[in-house]
Design a protein. Structure first.
Length: 403
């Protein structure tokens, strides 16, 4: 007589004793990674296997469910039972599985069909207000409670939900601030900037004596004078920074980043404005290679220091080879100098602990000199094609919302 156990065939004589049979079964349990001596554990493992099968949208082969029963002899030790249907079940064993699903004696939870998984993911991709919930965002437990309340499922575990959502990187409990592009000429203004980052102008490569600078201001940088000195880290202890501080004043840091040569130029000013920005431009344009360059493109945002056509004319009057390029409104994420400002914030200004504005300025300038020694061009990957894809996506979302 032969016994079948998860694809493992055990041949035995008809006169095998119960003791020998138990030994065979124990041996099979030890050899099979699918089995456990605990019946409840086996049922849970089976349920997990069936979940994974149900999540698969392709046809596949698999072995019979966990059971020990007499069967006819087979010439193969491992036998596949054929192709699976769309919901993960074997076509040749659907009837057998149907009995195990509906029978309380079978144990375990039924597998979820793919349609349920899709519905749960769709719910997770909605805002809670869509369902009249007083929540700003969904947590995993909120999603579980809602799918049960809506009757999508009768019961489901948090680990199953997590597995479904993580397979598509759906994390509704996280959020990110952003600004919806509202400039009617967003593409018209952003396109030339992206071309300059790629070394192009009006479809032609930039010359060897043409340069691209990205400039902006980092405003109101405080000098926080802590009421107790900062303690260095030690074993099992991070840096200790005193929570209370006195305000030691604030300054502004104006900087320009050479996109292709990877050089940073900056200065600290007590306040921002046209005069402060003009001093930064003078600091850069009086140096080589910019002084004798054919063209120097200055990529800037729309703050009052360099806004509009008047700013372009003023710059050209003082520096005939300078070309001012304005970004779209609310598009600082397209300005490469913001990347350097982020590095400065993380490396120098956090945590903020300075005894005076003089010390703060010294640290900023010292880091600028240090960074110039190791700087390399930022790997900018956002191109005109990405811009077109983004605008098409936003247009589609807007149309869907209006509908």
């Amino acid at each position: 007589m032969t016994y079948r156990l998860i694809g493992i065939w055990i041949r035995s004589s008809a006169r095998v004793s119960s003791g020998n049979l138990n030994q065979c079964l124990e041996s099979a349990h030890m050899r099979s990674p699918f089995l456990s001596t605990n019946a409840n554990s086996s049922r849970h493992r089976l349920a997990n296997i069936r979940h994974r099968i149900a999540m698969s949208f392709a046809l596949r082969s698999f072995f019979t469910p966990l059971k020990v029963s007499p069967t006819t002899a087979s010439p193969l030790g491992l036998t596949s039972l054929g192709r699976s249907s769309a919901n993960g079940e074997s076509v040749s064993s659907i009837s057998a599985w149907r009995g195990s699903k509906s029978s309380p004696e079978a144990g375990g939870l039924p597998a979820f069909p793919p349609s349920v998984i899709v519905e749960v993911k769709a719910l997770a991709c909605e805002l809670p207000s869509r369902f009249g919930l007083p929540l700003s965002r969904f947590s995993l437990s909120d999603i579980r409670n809602e799918v049960i309340a809506q009757g999508v499922v009768a019961q489901i575990s948090g680990s199953t939900l997590w597995r479904w959502l993580s397979s598509d990187a759906i994390r509704p409990w996280r959020h990110r601030s952003w600004i919806f592009p509202r400039d009617p000429e967003f593409v018209k203004k952003a396109g030339p900037v992206l071309d300059l980052y790629e070394g192009l102008w009006h479809g032609k490569p930039l010359g060897a004596n043409e340069f691209v600078l990205s400039a902006d201001e980092k405003t109101s940088i405080q000098a926080r004078v802590r009421k107790h000195r900062t303690l260095p880290p030690s074993e099992s202890r991070p840096i200790y920074v005193e929570h209370e501080y006195e305000r030691g004043g604030a300054l502004n840091y104006l900087a320009a980043w050479d996109v292709h040569r990877a050089s940073i130029f900056g200065r600290c000013e007590p306040k921002t404005g046209i005069a402060s920005f003009d001093r930064l431009v003078e600091q850069v344009m009086t140096q080589q290679p910019y002084r004798s360059a054919d063209r120097v493109f200055w990529v800037v945002d729309n703050c009052s220091s360099h806004r509009g056509q008047k700013a372009s004319e003023r710059l050209r009057a003082n520096w005939p080879n300078a070309v001012l390029i304005h970004l779209p409104i609310h598009a600082s994420w397209l300005n490469q100098i913001e990347i350097y400002f982020s590095i400065l914030q993380r490396k120098v200004l956090t945590p903020n602990t300075f005894t005076s504005l003089v010390e703060l300025e010294e640290h900023i300038q010292a880091f600028q000199a240090r960074y110039n020694q190791i700087a390399s061009p930022f790997r900018w990957t956002f191109t005109r094609k990405n811009l077109a894809d983004l605008m098409n996506k936003l247009q589609t979302l807007t149309q869907l919302k209006a509908a």
